[in-house]
Ligand binder design. Structure first.
Ligand code: CIR
Length: 253
């Protein structure tokens, strides 16, 4: 069960955030509405939501997930791999300190984005991506093993972040797309397979009794519902334009 979440309002500079997509510039007003709906959905799931104000120096800082890895016992402040995002951790650190006593740090030359870290029960999967390097992943692996978790490092082929292509729903069930559908590291789980045309729906979040999914992906939604998961759909169009998904917009613990 999650009790608490942290989100951060997009600022005016949000429209200049990093992207690899060709979906056009986000519309700020729409992004703000979608962000409000996201907060409402989290509240429906029964969690407290701490809303941090926008910070104009950091266009991507609404994607708070990348700044930390949180567990019930300890927090790890990440070291985001994009230079324009690295300073986001300094604003997040005091907030995390207000919730945790046991805090670790990923240190340079290690880099790590929270979007590359997937927890499945007591096992973490650490993606190596454009943002998370081997040094960063190995630092986190050591921390996790010290804290009695298991950790597996996974090399990404095409996905932006690990969680762009895989999510954990609970009950040993994962949602997988693209390179993760037949990936040997994930073969022991029950899989909900996302078809190529719905790939964006592979990033979804289980929050207590619900799975929050992006709107507009009916096949994936149906498969989740048939597997017994209750879904809440949210329009994510403006965050998608900046390579952002549902998990990126919150820290959950
Ligand atoms: C970036 O390039 O860093 C942002 N535009 C998107 C970050 C998405 N975060 C995530 O998947 N955890």
């Amino acid at each position: 069960m999650f009790k608490t979440t942290i989100v951060k309002t997009p600022g005016e500079s949000f429209i200049h955030g990093l992207t690899t997509s060709d979906l056009g510039s986000p519309i700020l007003e729409k992004a703000l509405e979608q962000h409000k709906a996201y907060i409402d959905a989290l509240k429906t799931c029964g969690v407290e939501v701490t809303v941090l104000p926008n910070h104009e120096d950091f266009p991507d800082s609404t994607f708070v997930e990348d700044t930390a890895v949180l567990t019930p016992e300890f927090a790890v402040i990440s070291n985001p791999g994009a230079p324009s995002r690295n300073g986001e951790i300094f604003e997040m650190e005091p907030i995390i300190k207000s919730h945790y006593e046991n805090i670790y740090y990923i240190k340079s030359p290690g880099t790590l984005d929270g979007g590359d870290i997937l927890q499945i029960d007591n096992h973490f999967y650490l993606g190596l991506s454009e943002r998370t390097n081997l040094e960063g992943a190995e630092q986190l692996k050591q921390i996790l093993e010290l804290e009695h978790y298991q950790a597996t490092i996974v090399q990404l082929e095409k996905f932006f972040h690990l969680k762009t292509g895989i999510s954990y729903l609970g009950n040993r069930t994962i949602v997988v797309a693209g390179e993760f559908i037949d990936h040997p590291d994930f073969n022991s789980y029950t899989k909900i397979i996302v078809p190529p045309e719905e790939e964006y729906a592979a990033n979804c979040i289980r929050v207590n009794d619900y799975v929050i999914i992006p709107a507009g992906f009916p096949q994936t939604k149906q498969k989740m519902n048939e597997a017994g998961f209750r879904t809440i759909e949210l329009d994510m169009s403006e965050f998608r334009k900046l390579d952002g998904g549902l998990s990126c917009l919150s820290l959950r613990f």
